[in-house]
Design a protein around this ligand. Structure first.
Ligand SMILES: Nc1ncnc2c1ncn2[C@@H]1O[C@H](COP(=O)(O)OP(=O)(O)O)[C@@H](O)[C@H]1O
Ligand SMILES: [Mg+2]
Length: 297
């Protein structure tokens, strides 16, 4: 009986240590989960972006863009863009060039009211601070440099509001030469679209823009698409399918720029040149001329 008691004591105490370990693990787990909950509360308490102002019917009808002395500040209140003024007429195609960090992306994202800024931006003569934020962002198509896709299918990415027929979707996909990549509309898109290349992701986003035509389209070209055909394709798409749409293209290939109506050269937060490509090209002192010269085009 004594031996039995000893055995019982040993097995019981082993079970106890097990339970104790389990208890510690649970405690750690609870602590982790509490941190998650705290984080959720943090997000819940972030003040919502100002979504004031009215919804204006049929805005924007033309797609005219005016920047009137726009200065954009970063979170340290340093000026990223300084006193930018320009006008883009409805339907014009404008190429934007400049070194990395010059402020090109900031210039176009100011249209989405993503930054602290001074001065005025007008679209079809309405100050964008007077426009409801959802309406504003819905009406400007932006295809970022690091375009991403939503988890789902090709269909849910190209036509998120399910407004178009299969034939219309295929039409857009084929226009963008995506048929070699897209075999079915129900093809799976993994989180962040990791099963597609950067250029393919941009093209898929562009196919969405092709269907949901907004009056203004912004395109931040992928820096290094190793596929020369894509640049040519983008060029022909812009020319043929976005005829009456105002398009701003941040272009990394100078070939693209030569086909635009106007060129903006951004340098260290300043708009240093804004004119037709031929005019800038003929001015041997222009930065644009020097850029083209250095690429040997
Ligand atoms: N999220 C950010 N936080 C801090 N600084 C930023 C951020 N985005 C851009 N900047 C700064 O703003 C300037 C302009 O950047 P950006 O508009 O991205 O230039 P570009 O598109 O011409 O390469 C750069 O000096 C960059 O360091
Ligand atoms: Mg950029």
């Amino acid at each position: 009986a004594v031996i039995g008691d000893v055995g019982l004591a040993i097995t019981q105490s082993m079970m106890l240590t097990g339970l104790f370990q389990y208890g510690v693990r649970m405690w750690a787990d609870i602590e982790n989960k509490m941190t998650s909950i705290e984080r959720v509360f943090e997000y819940v308490n972030i003040p919502t972006e100002l979504s004031n102002a009215s919804a204006i019917a049929n805005w924007p009808a033309a797609g005219k863009i005016i920047y009137d002395n726009v200065t954009v500040l970063n979170y340290n209140d340093q000026e990223i863009l300084k006193n930018i003024s320009f006008k883009i007429d409805p339907g014009e195609k404008v190429g934007i060039v400049g070194r990395t960090g010059a402020g090109k992306t900031t210039l176009v994202s100011a249209l989405y009211r993503l930054h602290k800024s001074k001065g005025n931006i007008l679209i079809d003569d309405v100050d964008i601070t007077q426009i409801n934020l959802e309406l504003l962002r819905e009406n400007i198509g932006i295809i970022p440099q690091d375009s991403t896709l939503f988890t789902g299918t090709i269909r849910s990415n190209v036509d998120p509001k399910a407004k178009f027929t299969d034939a219309e979707l295929w039409n857009a996909i084929e226009t963008l030469n995506l048929s070699p990549v897209v075999k079915s509309l129900d093809q799976i898109v993994l989180p962040n679209g990791i099963n597609f290349s950067s250029a393919e992701k941009q093209l898929i986003c562009l196919s969405r823009a092709l269907l949901y035509k907004s009056k203004i389209l912004i395109l931040d070209e992928v820096t290094s698409s190793n596929d020369g055909n894509i640049d040519e394709l983008m060029r022909s798409i812009i020319k043929n399918y976005f005829k009456d749409i105002t398009v701003m293209v941040i272009a990394h290939k100078l070939e693209t720029i030569l086909y635009m109506d106007k060129v903006m050269v951004i340098d260290q937060g300043l708009l240093v040149e804004y004119d037709q490509p031929e005019t800038l090209l003929n001015n041997h002192n222009s930065q644009f001329h020097k850029m083209i010269e250095s690429t040997g085009l």
